[in-house]
Design a protein around this ligand. Structure first.
Ligand code: FAD
Ligand code: SF4
Length: 512
């Protein structure tokens, strides 16, 4: 009897460059499947479901055209048992499969599920690398000592040295590792923000199917004008667009927020990268090539700012995930227990910054980093929302949300629920920061200067109250000494009024 191999390709493993696909083999059958378990474990944004299914279907078509044997189970296929294991067992028996292979999943839950399932099979199995990331899963054991807290800056410099990117021998190119200080500008009035690429796909077959299958989703979609890239070619076009139209201003305005512009100079590449349409190595290579050809118009601060995100933050978060899971998903360092306010699902709040960040997330399944960190994340943290509820929201609403990169950013970086693994201090702020980096406060119902009393901005009282409430866990952190020094200088009656205001806002969070 012939050796027949079945290979599973998951929805975020759409890597045409993977060595699996370097040659065709009639004894190898690939399987891809849309299953209810994956659409229903949280309520996902409708664009996220369409993005994943649309890209999976396009990948399967391209691979078939290239001569590979693919079985594709749509969500509504009568043959679909809606579980990876049951579908695979049926295919093994039906196609007389003698070997099962899969690529290592990026998600801990699936990694365990597939490892246990493979171990239970009576045929040989193997798990291979997904050939996407720059560093291995267990990179932290190489970079950090056991007793050392993983610092992103240390990790980033290690990656720069390892790859030689932006290096001049052993030293950083032009003498500096980091241009963060230059990269904190708000958006000037007269600046030209590009019209971002829209791939205008028609995904109405998918929206129709998920309605029939009663998949509950959140957010909005124009099904005949779906903007996100669904193929490798489109992802490469998006990268080219970013390089030609955005990179020159990326770093300077990467923290800026504006009510008229959702994407500013951001790349919108996270979805394409996270489902592996393109890899971080090629993004970095093309960025450096582009820079070499355009040094007169693109300065190093912009390039370093972008490279830091891919070579640094993205790989660092993956390192955190595999080093600290599964315990990481239980962490709640600050003991937060509050509910997520109902307006997170609608955007209906008088707080203009939250209104815009949430509305935009519902419309585009996208918000850029500072909106996620310093508006929605900041507010949930100041309010004391349970990190499970915050994670659920972030995992559902963003098109790029996959647990390894969502939970580390949300529970860790934005909620400080990991007690300082990803960030050395909580990323919280009063209205001052939001006002500096955006135009939101100018047309807000609340007064960004006021700490208490009618119309006072909720961020202000909640901010000071947060440090008071968490004095036992935070006061000794040298990076936030300034906040405690300011609190010490505050008149007792001022602090009492602020805390009273914060208590009122916390009790009425749904109606702010
Ligand atoms: P750009 O600003 O153009 O940045 C370029 C690329 O750098 C991104 O595409 C992304 O791949 C990478 N990158 C930048 N920052 C980070 C980071 N902190 N961690 C990992 N990669 C980074 N990113 C996700 O991909 N999925 C998520 O689910 C996710 N959830 C987040 C939740 C919170 C609370 C926060 C604060 C951040 C989250 N991020 C997440 C990181 C970041 O916000 C997004 O990667 C970025 O906004 C995606 O938009 P972009 O492609 O235009 O990014
Ligand atoms: Fe947000 Fe406060 Fe500014 Fe309003 S005043 S936009 S609530 S920071």
């Amino acid at each position: 009897m012939k050796n027949r191999t079945l290979r599973l390709v998951l929805g975020d493993q759409l890597n045409e460059q993977h060595s699996w696909f370097s040659q065709t083999d009639n004894n190898v059958t690939y399987v891809m499947m849309e299953v209810l378990g994956e659409t229903n474990y949280v309520k996902h944004h409708i664009q996220k479901v369409c993005g994943f299914f649309g890209a999976m279907r396009a990948f399967c078509d391209r691979m078939r055209q290239a001569g590979h044997r693919f079985i594709y189970l749509t969500l509504d296929s009568p043959d679909n048992a809606q579980s990876f294991e049951e579908n695979i067992l049926r295919l093994i028996s039906h196609h007389h499969i003698s070997r099962f292979e899969y690529q290592e999943p990026d998600e801990y839950r699936l990694d365990r599920l597939l490892a246990d399932f493979a171990a239970s099979l009576p045929i040989p199995t193997s798990a291979v690398d997904s050939e996407h990331f720059l560093a291995p899963r267990n990179i932290f054991s190489t970079v950090f000592r056991k007793d050392q807290n993983p610092l992103m800056e240390t990790f980033y410099r290690y990656m720069r040295r390892q790859t030689g990117i932006l290096m001049d021998g052993h030293k950083p190119l032009s003498g500096r590792w980091n241009y963060d200080a230059e990269n904190r500008k708000s958006l000037p009035k007269d600046i030209q923000v590009p019209n971002h690429l829209n791939f205008a796909h028609d995904v109405s077959d998918i929206t129709d199917m998920i309605a029939v299958m009663k998949v509950e989703t959140i957010g909005n979609i124009e099904a005949k004008n779906f903007p996100w890239p669904l193929t490798r070619g489109e992802a490469l076009r998006l990268l080219d667009f970013f390089l030609s139209d955005c990179l020159a201003k990326f770093g300077a305005y990467q923290d800026a927020m504006h009510s008229d512009h959702a994407f500013i100079f951001h790349s919108r590449l996270s979805f394409a990268m996270n489902i592996k349409l393109i890899g971080p190595d090629e993004v970095l290579k093309k960025t450096l090539q582009f820079w070499e050809a355009n040094t007169e118009t693109v300065d190093i601060a912009q390039v370093e700012g972008f490279i830091r995100q891919i070579l640094g933050w993205r790989e660092f978060m993956r390192g955190v995930y595999w080093h600290y899971m599964p315990g990481y998903q239980e962490l709640n360092h600050l003991g937060h227990e509050a509910k997520l306010p109902a307006f997170f699902w609608t955007g209906d709040t008088r707080m203009n910054c939250l209104h815009h960040a949430i509305k935009q997330s519902l419309d585009h399944a996208y918000a850029h980093h500072i909106q996620r960190l310093m508006v929605t994340g900041n507010f949930a943290n100041l309010l004391g929302v349970h990190p499970d509820a915050v994670d659920e929201w972030y995992l559902g609403i963003y098109i790029d949300a996959i647990q390894w990169v969502e939970i580390t950013n949300t529970r860790g970086m934005s909620q400080f629920a990991d007690g300082g693994i990803t960030a050395t201090k909580p990323y919280v702020s009063s209205a001052n920061y939001i006002n500096k980096m955006s135009n939101y406060c100018k047309s807000c119902f609340y007064n960004n200067k006021q700490r208490y009393g009618e119309g006072a901005c909720p961020f202000n009282s909640l901010y000071w109250d947060y440090f008071e409430r968490h004095r036992d866990k935070l006061a000794n952190n040298p990076r936030i000494g300034m906040a405690y020094r300011n609190l010490a200088r505050m008149a007792p009656e001022e602090l009492a009024a602020i805390r009273k205001q914060a208590a009122i806002y916390r009790a009425n969070a749904d109606n702010l």
